[in-house]
Design a protein around this ligand. Structure first.
Ligand code: GLO
Ligand code: MG
Length: 344
């Protein structure tokens, strides 16, 4: 199916199925293989952690990092692909066990900022201005261990350093309420945008909304997207699904709640998402029992479901819906949505 959307995923979305209770269950695919699948699956862009782009980035000199990032850019160009964003992976290092920008240890905080500036260099070479900040360990297991007011100051300081480092870069905060931490500091779009307002250049600090993260916060993903759009700040989406308040499931888009997925597609279509170059990214993982030979289906299926739901959004009878709303006939409005999704 042809579409005007630019679709995107990250190398970590073709995973091997390890979880806290068991080892990998599928073979590890080299990066080149993942790259080669993209166009065939109808994807045009790739998301990168800094160390997806330059493995073991902490162990390399600036010159090495630059050389490897340039080589990757040539590979992307050759495949006709673009880099959507680069995200500093601040949560793997032994130095950030107790957090990165908000760690109580000044050495850890310094490392986090230096590493983020490096990630920005990589982004610059890969030709993207979007830096995604998923603040994985900026939170606590026990609230008494950190001071929230101070944590906000530290987050603002870190972002200001990044904004000053590259005046053309934009920071997209990816809010999430929990996992890996019990309690995260920026759990929702509202928190992220409020903090953006305290930075030195609020216009360059926005959001990426992940469906599952909104569900984990007890919120409606399409409303989180709309809220960010209301500020001109929905710069990316991580579409996926989540069956209630469980571990972070990253299910295929629409898998748990088709109606919620429809509402997400509907708000994106209605607001012409993508017209300013935004990508439709899927942050999805295969179910653990998935066999090797089926290990790309979650991506292809998420894309297919999104396109089907975008078409449903376009064919939704808005005039009839408006009449039912005017008559306050929400019973039939509800049924109209269900029948539209069920098809004839
Ligand atoms: C985890 C996040 C993660 C980020 C990725 C980019 O819950 O969704 O997948 O999107 O690391 O920063
Ligand atoms: Mg995500």
């Amino acid at each position: 199916m042809k579409s005007s959307f630019r679709f995107c995923f990250g190398p970590w979305n073709i995973g091997e199925g390890a979880d806290p209770y068991g080892p990998p269950v599928r073979r590890a695919r080299p990066f080149a293989w993942k790259l080669a699948q993209m166009r065939r699956l109808g994807f045009q862009a790739m998301m990168f952690h800094d160390d997806d782009a330059v493995p073991e980035v902490d162990l390399k000199t600036s010159a090495q990092v630059e050389r490897e990032a340039r080589a990757l850019k040539r590979r992307l160009d050759a495949e006709g692909l673009v880099a959507e964003m680069v995200a500093p992976r601040l949560w793997f290092s032994p130095r950030t066990i107790d957090g990165a920008y908000t760690s109580n240890d000044p050495k850890a905080r310094r490392y986090a900022i230096e590493r983020s500036l490096r990630a920005m260099e990589i982004a610059h070479i890969l030709g993207t201005k979007l830096i995604v900040l998923w603040l994985a360990r900026e939170g606590t297991y026990l609230r008494e261990s950190k001071d929230c007011l101070r944590a906000m100051d530290l987050l603002v300081d870190a972002m200001n350093r990044m904004l000053a480092h590259d005046p053309s870069a934009r920071l997209a905060i990816e809010p999430k309420p929990n996992e890996p931490m019990d309690l995260a500091y920026l759990p929702t779009v509202g928190h992220a945008l409020a903090l953006a307002g305290r930075t030195s250049d609020p216009y360059r600090v926005g959001c990426v909304v992940e469906s599952a993260h909104a569900v984990l916060a007890g919120l409606d993903p399409s409303e989180e997207m709309a809220f960010a759009m209301g500020f001109g700040k929905l710069w990316s989406v991580h579409l996926n699904d989540q069956n209630g308040l469980k571990f972070d499931q990253d299910k295929p888009f629409g898998s748990a709640n088709l109606r919620s997925a429809f509402n997400q597609a509907r708000v994106l279509v209605a607001q012409n998402y993508g017209a300013r170059g935004e990508c439709v990214c899927f942050d999805v993982h295969p179910f653990r029992p998935t066999k090797d030979e089926h290990a790309l289906k979650h991506l292809a299926n998420s894309r297919k479901t999104f396109l089907r739901l975008a078409a449903k959004a376009r064919t939704f009878d808005e005039r009839r819906a408006a009449r039912l709303i005017a008559a306050r006939d929400y019973q039939d409005l509800d049924q109209m949505v269900l029948e539209h999704l069920l098809g004839s």
